[in-house]
Ligand binder design. Structure first.
Ligand SMILES: C[C@@](CO)(OP(=O)(O)O)[C@H](O)COP(=O)(O)OP(=O)(O)OC[C@H]1O[C@@H](n2ccc(N)nc2=O)[C@H](O)[C@@H]1O
Ligand SMILES: Nc1ncnc2c1ncn2[C@@H]1O[C@H](COP(=O)(O)OP(=O)(O)O)[C@@H](O)[C@H]1O
Length: 295
């Protein structure tokens, strides 16, 4: 951090290891049960002191993303200032470095909004466990409260009812995106049934990747079949990752189109990523550890 910088927050990518859609509400939103984890692949939000507030967007996925009032960072800052006027003085120059692909099922925008809320809470000397901060997060998007935590958790409701997990096995993830954006609303709309069975109870204690694999085999991502109809390549990528040595599970994250492979070993994850990168197609491929709770 340079002398004039005030703070930096990371915004880790979200992965839904399992996602069951268990109901549909009158307002069109869906009740879900999902196991969320976060990877050490992240957008970054840098804040410096300035005369007036501003937002610039950089990074490999920054192009084409508006820095106006629709950007989730701008919405989070505006929401924070409306709720806690004078808490953080005006005059923040923000740089958002987009390293996470957009509309990819990795919750990049939600992670950015959550990072902006954490940043404001820090600058305003607030605490991030303030229930009002979680309420504001839920107003910004169903995934934003989970992204405030950015550690393994079970999510219920529309995604905003959160139970952080006290322990989680050390795992590595390979993420592959075919570089096709998918709209979350479109995928939910294409679902056939909304009344699926809930997640089974997690094993306790949950300390080994193999245990997690056994549990995951009993679960699904209910958004995967409708997303595959929109982007058939998702199915091909799942099949390819599933065949990689050491792959515990290959599945789509969120509403797609990113597909993940879960591995117990860093070496096997990197080997699988290396082989996918050798493919002539223009995929985004990355391997990273999952963020685990402090123990
Ligand atoms: C599907 C999930 C799984 O984690 O992630 P993504 O694929 O977007 O990353 C989330 O539920 C997305 O959360 P988020 O992206 O914050 O959703 P929002 O902005 O609140 O909603 C976008 C749209 O998705 C639909 N939506 C979202 C959440 C939910 N429980 N039911 C829904 O039907 C609604 O049509 C809504 O208009
Ligand atoms: N900071 C942001 N980063 C990414 N997308 C954003 C951001 N602000 C607003 N959006 C909008 O949010 C939508 C969903 O993007 P994103 O959060 O990346 O999707 P997903 O949750 O499926 O990975 C996009 O249409 C994008 O234009």
């Amino acid at each position: 951090m340079t002398a004039e910088q005030l703070a930096v927050e990371t915004a880790p990518a979200k992965i839904n290891l399992a996602l069951h859609v268990i109901g549909r509400r009158d307002n069109g939103y869906h009740d879900i049960e999902s196991l969320f984890v976060f990877a050490e692949v992240a957008d970054e939000l840098h804040a410096s002191a300035a005369e007036v507030d501003s937002l610039v967007i950089t990074g490999p996925f920054g192009e084409g993303l508006s820095n106006g009032e629709t950007n989730l960072v701008a919405r989070a800052i505006a929401g924070f200032r409306a709720r806690w006027p004078d808490n953080v003085p005006h005059g923040l120059a923000l740089e958002l470095r987009k390293n996470i692909p957009i509309a990819a099922g990795l919750g990049g925008g939600s992670a950015d909004a959550a990072a902006a809320l954490r940043l404001m809470a820090r600058l305003g000397q607030g605490t991030i466990d303030n229930p009002q901060l979680f309420a504001l997060a839920a107003e910004l998007g169903a995934d934003v409260p989970a992204c405030l935590i950015s550690q393994p958790l079970l999510a219920r409701g529309v995604g905003e009812v959160i139970t952080p997990l006290a322990q989680f096995p050390a795992c590595h993830i390979v993420l592959v995106n075919p570089m096709i954006q998918v709209s979350t609303a479109d995928v939910f709309k294409r679902m056939n049934g909304y009344d699926n069975y809930p997640l089974p109870a997690l094993p306790s204690p949950l300390t080994r990747p193999a245990q997690l694999g056994i549990w995951l085999a009993e679960t699904r991502n209910d958004l995967q079949p409708p997303a595959v109809k929109i982007v058939p390549e998702i199915g091909t990528l799942i099949d390819r990752l599933a065949m990689a040595p050491g792959c515990i599970l290959a599945r789509m994250s969120g509403s797609g189109a990113t597909v993940f492979g879960l591995f117990g070993s860093n070496g096997q994850a990197h080997q699988a990523a290396h082989e996918l990168r050798a493919s002539p197609a223009n995929y985004w491929v990355t391997a990273a550890p999952l963020i685990v709770p402090d123990q």
